[in-house]
Design a protein around this ligand. Structure first.
Ligand code: PAF
Length: 293
């Protein structure tokens, strides 16, 4: 059974009870889906105590974003937590997480937080890193599990932990997809059935890029292969691409044409009123030379 606690004081006895065991945390904003379940299962496999946090963090939403309509499904979330063997669901109030009101001290993500998601969602990664830091302080885990679907978030959390000497292991868990390729996301609930079909363009484009890389294409040709899939829905006005980028997984800077090694092909796009992100890891074995493809 999963215990529901909503205050720091309520969480304390569980943490004390596992002081010598390995404690794991999975941070979520609720609206749990198969992707979260995979994180929870991994945590259950690796840890003696599993805490899932459920908190829709106001600090990471921009003024025109979906904070108010973000799905809040606590009863269903608790059932899924119980199925995944979660010991404690920690669903604090905004006042518990932000006891001083709007925080004055925040975690600055630096340049990696200003590109891609950071460019289109100013302040997003400051909000994410600040709340991740807070939730780590509140739950004091040995390990924290994050999805590779949010690849830039994962890279920034890893970097924060390194740069701030934080005593926690960060574990990345691969993206979970529907059978047709759509990456699991809480925001998929916003999609109507036609929109969902258009949304498949994201994974199709990324898979095309990944296949091109596997076939020996260089960086430019990988980008072009992904772009080609997006051309039609974009021209039809059904899809609006915020970015499609082939980046270095260490700092999320665009890789140059001659780059070889591990990279991440990442994109964000809007389908109707829904903004979706997705990415695939890939390996470039061949340099692109300008004009070669
Ligand atoms: O990935 C998310 O759901 C959120 O960004 C997180 C890590 C729970 C912080 O609010």
């Amino acid at each position: 059974m999963t215990a529901l606690v909503s205050t720091r004081a309520g969480l304390q006895p569980y943490l004390d009870g596992f002081a010598n065991g390995r404690r794991g945390v999975v941070m979520t904003m609720g609206a749990l889906h198969e992707g979260h379940l995979e994180l929870l299962r991994q945590a259950r496999h690796d840890c003696d105590l599993v805490v899932a946090t459920i908190f829709v963090n106001p600090l990471q939403f921009g003024p025109n974003e979906d904070f108010d309509r973000y799905p809040r499904t606590l009863d269903d979330d608790l059932k899924l937590c119980a199925e995944a063997g979660v010991d404690v669901a920690f669903a604090p109030s905004v006042d518990d997480v932000y006891p001083g009101g709007q925080p004055i001290v925040k975690v600055a993500p630096g340049p990696m937080g200003e590109v891609l998601e950071g460019e289109f969602r100013p302040g997003f990664f400051t909000g994410v890193l600040t709340v991740v830091n807070k939730l780590l302080n509140l739950t004091r885990p040995d390990a924290a599990f994050f999805g590779e679907k949010d690849a830039q978030q994962l890279a920034l959390v890893r970097r924060m932990v390194l740069d701030l000497n934080m005593p926690v292991e960060i574990v990345g868990v691969p993206t979970v997809r529907d059978a047709d390729g759509l990456a699991k996301s809480s925001r998929n609930r916003y999609l109507g059935s036609e929109e969902r079909t258009i949304a498949l363009s994201l994974s199709r484009a990324l898979f095309a890029g990944r296949d091109a890389a596997a076939g020996g294409a260089g960086a430019d040709a990988v980008r072009a292969a992904a772009d080609a899939v997006l051309a039609e829905p974009v021209a039809a006005g059904r899809l609006s691409v915020d970015y499609l980028a082939l980046v270095d997984p260490e700092d999320f800077s665009e890789v140059p044409p001659a780059f070889t090694g591990d990279a991440v092909l990442a994109m964000a796009a809007r389908v109707g009123g829904t903004r979706l992100i997705d990415n695939v890891p890939l390996t470039l074995t061949v340099s692109s030379h300008p004009g070669a493809h």
